[in-house]
Design a protein around this ligand. Structure first.
Ligand code: C2O
Ligand code: CU
Length: 489
């Protein structure tokens, strides 16, 4: 866990590593202890170096896997600051191609949003860029490139960003699980990024799932320990559905934003880019084990990890302390006089293909080398669409312009046979209905996972000026056109 070094953080970080260090050092490493990282301790913030490297995805006893990563580790360092503090990160590009960092879910000023060509020039190899902003919201966020992200993120460039509440809730352990999956072929990452098959269907789904960059060892715990588990889905395309057999996780935040604490009635379903904070009161008997299964895809369920209880309980009964998080300073939507729009997502195999333009980020890059090996289309393809347009690159005419300060209510329609996690930059929105029925908690989210043919209504106050990306976070879908911009001015 990489933090600004002050006394409090130092103590918290050390404690977490010790508590989590049960399984042969795997967990302590996987918690984000990044030996290769260069952390400045003088309050100047962090330096993140994007480069090619390797990572023990299959465990420390197996051959390392060649990846692209930040500061030599997958995930990159866990950046932790307090709400209201300023985050300053110097990105160094040690890759052979341009890159950026996007602070997923964080309401940053537009110029800090990390979208190549739209909010900044790509950071070219050997160059640096300074990101700096004040963390308005507490919560669980993450960072990743926005340049050719289907390959840059897919090869391991991402990391957690935790913004702590000024008065955190009481837990025994604050644990981050960055979930990912990898398509490994003979122990290395397989090629074919952006293949037509992946692109037009569910995206690049892998064959090996990891937690914090390694095939997980078991989670060591003690009866009645209270864990705040911060789940982050960093996969290109896999939707995770975690079932904690026999435990009763309580959801306290979605996409970093507090939600009225409620028990899950089913697995914790987390689409690509989404986060979920759970309170896990470890209710198993001393010495027992429990599976954590990923059950999202029917017929493809598997055990992700397991929970292992030590023989001695931590305490005799669960903690009583409150688990409600204080709200973040988000403007409440005002429905009277709101701007209402319909946004229709289309394309893909078995979807409606009519009327869109073709091209897309992958087409462009495909013809400029590096992409052809995986059966990539060179010249352009029928892609995914937003309101009938398959967008090329990151810069295009906005589909909507919303006056600053006005509430927007968007009726999102998934007119395809596939799932799509739809993400808006620069804002969090309330999900107010699904398929016409009001949602239970009017959840604040920055990414809304839509089932095939589902509709969802979202509402937000457009209070952050700029051009903001609005796209599917299945990174192959995004690259093949399922993206748009929304202008706030
Ligand atoms: Cu996490 Cu536009 O991205
Ligand atoms: Cu999609």
């Amino acid at each position: 866990m990489i933090k600004k070094v002050n006394r409090r953080n130092f103590l918290v970080g050390g404690g977490a590593a010790v508590l989590a260090g049960g399984a042969a050092g795997v967990w302590s490493r996987s918690l984000g202890q990044t030996p290769g990282s260069s952390l400045s301790s003088n309050g100047d913030g962090w330096r993140l170096s994007a480069a090619k490297g390797e990572a023990p995805l299959l465990g420390v006893n197996k051959a390392p896997v060649r990846v692209w990563n930040y500061n030599g580790a997958v995930p990159g360092p866990e950046l932790r600051i307090r709400q209201g503090e300023r985050l300053r990160v110097v990105l160094e590009n040690g890759l052979d191609e341009g890159t950026t960092i996007h602070w997923h879910g964080v309401r940053v000023p537009n110029a800090m949003d990390g979208v190549p060509h739209l909010t900044q020039a790509p950071v070219e190899p050997g160059q640096t860029f300074v990101y700096e902003f004040v963390a308005e919201d507490a919560g669980t966020f993450w960072y990743h490139p926005h340049q050719r992200s289907f390959e840059q993120v897919g090869r391991g460039l991402y990391g957690p960003l935790i913004i702590e509440e000024t008065e955190p809730i009481r837990v025994d352990r604050d644990l981050t699980w960055v979930l990912d999956d990898w398509r490994l072929d003979r122990g290395q990452i397989g090629g074919g990024f952006g293949s037509r098959h992946d692109t037009m269907m569910a995206g690049r789904i892998g064959n090996t799932s990891t937690i914090n960059g390694t095939v997980p060892a078991s989670l060591q715990t003690r009866t009645n320990e209270r864990i705040r588990l911060r789940l982050i889905n960093a996969a290109n395309a896999r939707i995770f559905g975690l079932d904690f057999a026999g435990h009763k996780p309580i959801v306290i935040a979605i996409d970093g934003q507090p939600v009225e604490p409620h028990e899950l009635n089913g697995p914790a379903v987390i689409g690509p880019a989404m986060r979920m904070d759970l309170i896990l009161d470890m209710s198993g008997a001393p010495g027992s084990r429990a599976a954590v299964n990923d059950v999202f895809y029917e017929g493809l369920e598997y055990q992700l990890t397991q929970i292992q209880y030590s023989n001695s309980p931590l305490r005799s009964r669960p903690l009583k302390a409150s688990i409600s998080l204080p709200p973040n300073p988000l403007a409440e939507p005002v429905f009277e006089g709101a701007q209402r729009h319909e946004v229709r997502f289309g394309g893909g195999m078995m979807g409606m293909m009519g009327g869109q333009t073709v091209g897309g980020e992958m087409g462009r890059h495909g013809s400029s080398g590096g992409m052809m090996s995986g059966g990539m289309m060179g010249g352009g393809m029928m892609g995914w669409t937003v309101n009938g347009v398959s967008a090329s690159g990151h810069v295009h005419d906005p589909i909507l312009t919303i006056p600053r300060g006005r509430t927007a209510v968007l009726n999102l329609i998934n007119d395809t046979a596939w799932w799509h996690p739809i993400h808006l930059h620069g804002h969090s929105f309330r999900v107010i209905s699904r398929n016409g029925a009001p949602t239970a908690h009017k959840e604040w989210q920055d990414t809304v996972l839509m089932a095939p043919q589902e509709t969802a209504e979202i509402a937000f106050v457009a209070d952050n000026p700029g051009d903001w990306m609005f796209h599917c976070h299945i990174l192959e879908h995004q690259a093949a056109g399922m993206m748009a911009t929304i202008r706030v001015k």
